[in-house]
Design a protein around this ligand. Structure first.
Ligand SMILES: Cc1ncc(COP(=O)(O)O)c(C=O)c1O
Length: 526
């Protein structure tokens, strides 16, 4: 028999993808370890085996569990692999696993998630082979982390091929796309119920519960939610509504559709509505205020709420960029009379297409919006008022339900990537996003600021890095409101010349963020 060191040396001579095997212990807590072998043993039925160390602290829990998951790690997850290979107690600290279809803990950012029912246990020396029947599996694009010649390696360097001279391209946002999402959509198609059916009803109940409101009314865009809200709030021609100018145009468009006057307000240091400027712009005709939690950062809710209370205004929150953002543990969307959400593909919560929801605690507003989204119908045959077709569909609702379950984990991932940018970009002559102490930013967009914005964007583009400007033309400078002759907004006008959105979404890898940050640093340090 050969000695242990020789055996290790030979084993380590062959590349193998690094996997972390996860399960839940008897109390439902996630456990996991880095496993040395993973392979398929049968195609029909689909069987895989993993080989786990019997000395690992979580071995008894893995042994006792009747299911396990295999997470194939990406090239950027070396630290995570080391963590799971160690015998520390809290391997999941600062790592929120998302639940898989069997409820198993999935490692965020892994290249593949394979969920298995355990069908065989074969002890062999200091390792045990678990055979699993694959019940669910998802795979994502990316480069696997290898273990080769006794150390972590990458596919390209392991093959001794020179790295590509131009690095990979980095998109601004990468919406989720995996088998669980596709399965949900297919099941909804098979159900034969397509519009405002059971998936929509479940999504409405689950989304209302998530936000913490009595009602959620699904509709086909965030714009539609804002439009319905204006009608349900009774906005009349000539009414004035306070809106930030620095927002997506639909915020102001909803006011204009109601033939009311958008009164444009300047921004504060978090790029959201400035309460002082809002207060200064209230007149006898002002009926309401639409604060926008822009980029995922909550507005100064206390100040806006006080203003609304003092001046008798309603408050409609535009949460289209802020699903899951909080102020002192209270979700945005619960501070005003109603709130609008968008589920557009790049949003923190998407339905893989257009979609939106209005949430409220007000029974009358909810009932009115349910009517408005369906031609003002009271019932099948009676139309009480003019509405429109703003209904939602079950295929997208089914997708929304899958992604809602992952929303907190996806927001945690966005926050972790924002922190990564923060550390990597510190000290450069740029302004980084700010987070107020009581606010939980969910980084729908990661927006930096530079007086050399144009040059920097060009430099990044040459390196395959996509950037954006949200938004280059503020609402008060749009031709469609020229007739209102809106006054200048100095902070907004300066910001739109300097802001630049860098790539960030829950689907980005650490390595991509590092690549962008390194390019930004190179630009300033050349
Ligand atoms: C702040 C804000 N309000 C409203 C909207 C409109 O949402 P939708 O595109 O779903 O109509 C958006 C979407 O981009 C937005 O970002």
């Amino acid at each position: 028999m050969i000695g242990l060191d020789d055996f290790r040396r030979v084993l380590g001579h062959f590349a193998s993808g690094v996997t972390v095997v996860t399960a839940r212990d008897a109390q439902g807590r996630p456990v996991g370890l880095t496993a040395s072998a993973f392979t398929s043993v049968s195609l029909t039925p689909p069987l895989v085996l993993v080989c786990v160390d019997v000395k690992a602290r979580c071995y008894p829990a893995l042994y006792a569990s009747d299911r396990f998951a295999v997470n194939i790690l990406g090239a950027h997850q070396e630290a995570l692999s080391q963590r799971f290979a160690s015998n520390i107690d809290h391997k999941f600290e600062a790592l929120t696993p998302h639940p898989g279809r069997l409820g198993l803990p999935m490692i965020p950012g892994a290249l593949a998630h394979i969920e298995c029912e355990k069908v065989g246990i074969h002890p062999g020396g200091d390792h045990t082979i678990f055979v699993g029947r694959v019940e669910a599996a998802t795979a994502h694009e990316g480069e696997p982390l290898l273990h080769y010649r006794g150390r972590y390696d990458r596919v390209l360097s392991a093959l001794s091929t020179p790295r590509r001279s131009s690095p990979m391209s980095v998109p601004l946002s990468r919406p989720p796309n995996d088998d669980e999402i596709k399965r949900a959509a297919l099941a909804a198609i098979d159900s034969g119920q397509y519009i405002l059916g059971p998936e929509c009803r479940e999504f409405e109940a689950e989304f209302a519960r998530y936000v913490g409101t009595r009602h959620a009314v699904l509709t086909n865009s965030g714009t539609a939610a804002l439009w319905m809200a204006m009608r349900a709030l009774g906005v009349k021609p000539g009414d004035e509504v306070l809106v930030p100018s620095h927002t997506a145009f639909p915020t102001a468009e909803a006011v204009l559709f109601a033939e009311a006057v958008p009164v444009f307000v300047d921004i504060d240091d978090t790029y959201t509505i400035d309460p002082k400027d809002a207060a200064a712009k209230v007149t006898a005709r002002t009926v309401g205020v639409v604060p926008v939690h822009l980029y995922g950062h909550p507005v100064n809710v206390d100040a806006i709420r006080d203003l609304a209370a003092q001046r008798g205004l309603w408050m409609l929150e535009d949460c289209c960029q802020a699903h899951g953002a909080r102020v002192r543990d209270q979700q945005v969307g619960t501070f005003g009379r109603a709130a609008a959400f968008s589920f557009y593909p790049s949003k923190n919560l998407t339905v893989m297409g257009d979609g939106g929801a209005l949430v409220t605690d007000d029974d009358e507003i909810a009932a009115r919006c349910r009517r408005l989204r369906d031609h003002g119908r009271l019932n099948k045959d009676v139309h009480a008022e003019l509405g429109f077709n703003l209904r939602f569909n079950d295929v997208q609702a089914a997708i929304g339900r899958v992604l809602l379950r992952r929303l907190d984990a996806m927001n945690d991932r966005r926050r972790a990537l924002a922190a990564r940018y923060g550390a990597a970009l510190a000290g450069l002559p740029i302004e980084l996003p700010r987070e107020q102490p009581e606010a939980r930013h969910v980084y729908h967009l990661y927006v930096i600021r530079s007086t050399r914005r144009g040059e920097l964007a060009g430099f990044l583009k040459e390196r395959g890095i996509q950037t954006g400007i949200h938004y280059p033309v503020p609402c008060h400078r749009q031709p469609v409101v020229e007739r209102l002759a809106p006054p200048a907004l100095p902070k907004t006008e300066r910001a739109v010349e300097e802001i630049l959105t860098l790539p960030l979404s829950a689907g980005h890898a650490d390595a991509e963020i590092d690549q962008v940050a390194a390019a930004v640093r190179e630009f300033f340090e050349r």
